[in-house]
Design a protein around this ligand. Structure first.
Ligand SMILES: [Cu+2]
Length: 77
C-alpha cells in the first residue's frame, strides 16, 4: 500500500473495554481498513486504511456498533 490513510474518530457512547472491542470489530470489516485502535475512555478511535473512508461509511459503522460518530479528523502522513 503506497497511500496510507489515518483517520481519528471522536465517538460518543463507549463506556468500557467491551465497547472498544465491538467498535474495533465493526470498523475492521470496512473495505481498506488495515488496523483500528480504540480508546474507549477517551472516546476516540484511530482507523488506519489503504485509503480515506467517507464520513458516511464511518458513521454507518459506528452506528452499527451502537455508538455515535461525533467527528472525523484526517491525518495524512
Ligand atoms: Cu462497554
Amino acid at each position: 500500500m503506497d497511500a496510507t490513510s489515518k483517520q481519528e474518530l471522536t465517538v460518543n457512547g463507549m463506556t468500557c473495554g467491551h465497547c472498544a472491542q465491538t467498535l474495533t470489530a465493526v470498523l475492521g470489516t470496512l473495505s481498506g481498513v488495515t488496523s483500528v485502535d480504540v480508546d474507549a475512555a477517551g472516546g476516540r478511535a484511530v482507523v488506519h486504511a489503504a485509503h480515506p473512508l467517507s464520513t458516511e461509511v464511518l458513521a454507518g459503522a459506528v452506528d452499527e456498533a451502537g455508538f455515535e460518530l461525533l467527528a472525523v479528523h484526517e491525518r495524512t502522513r
